[in-house]
Write a protein that binds this ligand. Structure first.
Ligand SMILES: C[S@@+](CC[C@H](N)C(=O)[O-])C[C@H]1O[C@@H](n2cnc3c(N)ncnc32)[C@H](O)[C@@H]1O
Length: 253
């Protein structure tokens, strides 16, 4: 039976064979890789992936799609909201390769949910709104550089690997898309995620103002006695400096 795309689940199904082929090539699945696909939908990526892998675990929220996928002998289907999935449990002793053409309405929550499981992950390949990928990989002193750039560049090496136009989907989304590769950094600074997240949120709360009006006040309230140049805008501060600041606050000299 034909599946009618459900807007509330962010359903835009890949329909361009050449694009599907390019994405699978970027993922480079090898037989036996412990891979998990988020939002398999009608299996446009699932099918070529499982042919190469031998087995694949998929996480799908739509009950009808999950029922169809269960017919496939080489898939393990987790019928759930991905935001409720414990990836540490899924991984066991393995390191997962996580892929997916994500539902765009919850792409940032998915990225932040996965951040807590970074030690259980080998790599991630996601199709996202191009604008979100631009923010993820942005450099300092650009308009795209913000909270998402800092929080993700802290933990992952990231690369925009493929541009995908709306015409590659059915129904076509209103925006351009891109595939991003994310590889966890082994040398990520050991800072408290909640502290870093709050600090970066305060810094970027008024991005046109100098940091002394935002982060400077926040640091004063916390009795911060270290040195940090607040005569700059949030977007001028490299990721490494935000990490140093969080580390200093955790263990003041
Ligand atoms: C953009 S579609 C991609 C479908 C398919 N992978 C493709 O490329 O054609 C997003 C998929 O994620 C599923 N989905 C939406 N919200 C979800 C959630 N919270 N947890 C798991 N899957 C979800 C949708 O039902 C849909 O199948």
């Amino acid at each position: 039976m034909k599946h009618v795309a459900r807007k509330r689940f962010g359903q835009h199904f890949l329909s361009d064979p050449a694009i599907i082929d390019s994405i699978v090539r970027e993922i480079a699945p090898r037989s036996g890789d412990p891979m998990v696909e988020i939002g398999p939908g009608l299996a446009a990526l699932t099918q070529p992936l499982v042919e190469r892998l031998g087995h694949l675990t998929v996480i799908e929220l739509d009950r009808d799609l999950a029922a169809r996928l269960r017919q496939h002998p080489h898939l393990t289907v987790v019928e759930s909201d991905v935001l409720k999935v414990d990836f540490a449990q899924l991984a066991g002793t393995a390191k997962l390769r996580v892929v997916g053409n994500l539902p765009y309405n919850i792409s940032s929550p998915i990225l932040f949910h996965l951040l807590q499981y970074v030690n259980h992950v080998q790599d991630q390949h996601f199709m996202l709104q191009k604008e979100v990928v631009d923010r993820m990989v942005a450099s300092p002193s650009t308009g795209d550089y913000g909270r998402l750039s800092v929080m993700l560049q802290w933990r992952y090496e990231m690369e925009d690997v493929l541009f995908v136009p709306p015409s590659a989907f059915e129904p076509p989304p209103k925006v351009d898309s891109a595939v991003v590769r994310m590889v966890p950094r082994r040398d990520a600074a050991a800072v408290d995620e909640a502290l870093l997240s709050e600090l970066v949120q305060v810094a970027f709360s008024q991005r046109r103002k100098l940091l002394r009006h935002t982060l400077g006040k926040w640091l004063d309230q916390r009795g911060f006695a270290g040195t940090f140049d607040v005569q700059r805008r949030a977007e001028e501060v490299p990721v490494a400096e935000y990490l140093q600041l969080a580390a200093q606050m955790q263990s003041p000299a």
